[in-house]
Write a protein that binds this ligand. Structure first.
Ligand SMILES: Nc1ncnc2c1ncn2[C@@H]1O[C@H](COP(=O)(O)OP(=O)(O)OP(=O)(O)O)[C@@H](O)[C@H]1O
Length: 225
């Protein structure tokens, strides 16, 4: 597989369960060895020691957890870690950014709650607020809307679009949420296709890819033939 995202763009990564979507993100974040080359802003990811600390990557895994009680606002402000002195306290400016990020995802009302007591969907919104403060060139998101209701799903896709259009970020977003993709500008990468390629998103493309994913043909595994 070979693809190049031309500048800031939204890329939806779709495909059947187990087709390798999460594996792709794990390779890009250096958690898995791989053949070939991945470049972000011209830099070979293998040669970058800490891609998150250098502002190249920000990653939202499918299941992120926090082991101890922590107010939501404190978790969100940690997204500013790159702009921050080691062991120094976050400034009023950092907290203002955290509050604004929470407002952007529609979660201001959660600011002073204990993160560990939130619902799965609420936790997902908080992670997105934290991520938006990381200011990375490439965002890797693994099913960011999976636990969200219809209202927040749409809202999160609008948020991702703003990261692309206003902040000039590139977003690689794994999703099974085909309904919300039809209206978005960007690209689609279907990893269940034998030769996945970047295709320009449109309502017609989403309909074609949905029909493919719903077909028995798309589930044919080479080893079963
Ligand atoms: N550490 C591992 N060792 C061996 N096989 C693995 C490992 N991690 C994942 N796999 C396998 O690789 C395949 C792809 O997994 P992956 O998690 O990338 O799928 P996915 O496309 O993200 O699926 P889903 O939509 O269900 O999240 C699966 O068959 C999975 O069982």
């Amino acid at each position: 597989m070979c693809f190049t995202v031309p500048g800031a763009a939204f890329v939806a990564v779709v495909g059947h369960n187990g087709c390798g979507k999460t594996t792709l993100l794990r390779a890009l974040t250096g958690q898995l060895p791989y053949e070939g080359t991945a470049r972000v802003m011209g830099q070979d990811l293998r040669t970058v020691r800490r891609p998150a600390a250098s502002g190249l990557l920000a990653h939202l895994p499918q299941r992120a957890s926090v082991e101890f009680s922590l107010p939501v606002r404190e978790l969100v402000v940690m997204g500013r870690f790159r702009h921050h002195r080691f062991l120094g306290a976050y400034s009023a400016h950092d907290y203002a950014r955290a509050d604004a990020a929470l407002a952007q995802v529609g979660a201001s009302h959660l600011a002073h709650q204990d993160f560990t007591l939130l619902s799965g969907g609420e936790q997902q919104l908080v992670w997105l607020a934290q991520l938006s403060l990381q200011d990375a060139a490439l965002y890797l998101l693994d099913e960011p809307t999976q636990q969200l209701d219809v209202y927040y799903r749409r809202r999160v896709f609008q948020l991702l679009l703003r990261w692309v259009q206003q902040e000039h970020k590139t977003v690689l977003c794994i999703t099974h949420d085909l309904d919300n993709l039809a209206e978005l500008p960007g690209y689609l990468l279907n990893l269940s296709r034998p030769e996945p390629t970047l295709q320009v998103l449109s309502a017609a493309l989403v309909a074609t890819e949905r029909a493919f994913l719903e077909s028995e043909e798309s589930l044919a595994h080479p080893e079963n033939e």
